[in-house]
Write a protein that binds this ligand. Structure first.
Ligand code: AP5
Length: 198
């Protein structure tokens, strides 16, 4: 199964993606984690993206696309993936679709974790992961960027009938239970469709 998560900063994408990847035997690919690793290791890519991330802005589309191409292809050959934090813009979604559909590895299910902005700020202020988590202004800017640049993707996937919307404002376990149930049904439907003679 090939899944992606859409949700504001602090919606629980990382937490739930890791749990669902374990449960369904999928590879968890987090664009944010991969970018932070480059920054921590001081790679040329990390040096190019650090300022964008510290400000809470999106890094340029092409950098993220190039970084993810290989791991997405590898994961598609070994049971599927959960993309956490990608795509982030309509441009990324359209470009990823073009590449992935040619290779037969396009997304099958999009999950939207819906959480109030106020709750997002509370969660992130309580975490303090790094430069982009320590400052309320940066957190609010990340939410603003999400609302402007990423929320249009919810409509994009809804039109493709691939969207599951989950109330992410509840406890971690409650959200996981709903997700397991929704993804299980979708996985059964996908298997049935794949078994039909073409
Ligand atoms: P990224 O790492 O993707 O960060 P984000 O979207 O801002 O989201 P977070 O990782 O902060 O939150 P999350 O939704 O994963 O929640 P989590 O489970 O961690 O991106 C960081 C930066 O990288 C971006 O700003 C951008 O610069 C760049 N970037 C990444 N992808 C990009 C792309 N595709 N294009 C361009 N730029 C890109 O949980 C958050 C906290 O809440 C934790 O403390 C957790 O324990 C807690 N929590 C989770 N669920 C619950 C719950 N149900 N109840 C209570 N607490 C909870």
């Amino acid at each position: 199964m090939r899944v992606l998560f859409i949700g504001g900063p602090g919606a629980g994408k990382g937490t739930q993606s890791a749990r669902m990847a374990d449960f369904f035997g999928l590879t968890h690919l987090s664009s944010g984690d991969l970018l932070r690793k480059h920054v921590a290791e001081g790679t040329p890519l990390g040096q190019r993206v650090k300022d964008f991330m510290d400000r809470g802005d999106l890094v340029p589309d092409q950098i993220v696309m190039d970084m993810l191409r290989k791991p997405v292809l590898a994961a598609s050959k070994t049971g599927g993936y959960i993309l956490d934090g990608f795509p982030r813009t309509a441009e990324q979604a359209a470009a990823a679709y073009l590449v992935a559909s040619e290779l037969g590895v396009e997304v099958q299910v999009a999950v939207h974790l819906r959480v109030d902005d106020r709750v997002l700020v509370e969660r992130l202020m309580g975490r303090g992961r790094g430069a982009d988590d320590n400052d309320r202004t940066v957190i609010e800017h990340r939410i603003e960027v999400y609302n402007k640049q990423t929320t249009p993707l919810v409509e994009y996937y809804a039109v493709r009938e691939e969207l599951i919307t989950i109330d992410g404002g509840r406890s971690v376990d409650e959200v996981s239970w709903d997700l397991v149930s929704a993804l299980q049904s979708r996985s059964v439907a996908l298997a049935a469709r794949a078994a039909q003679p073409s």
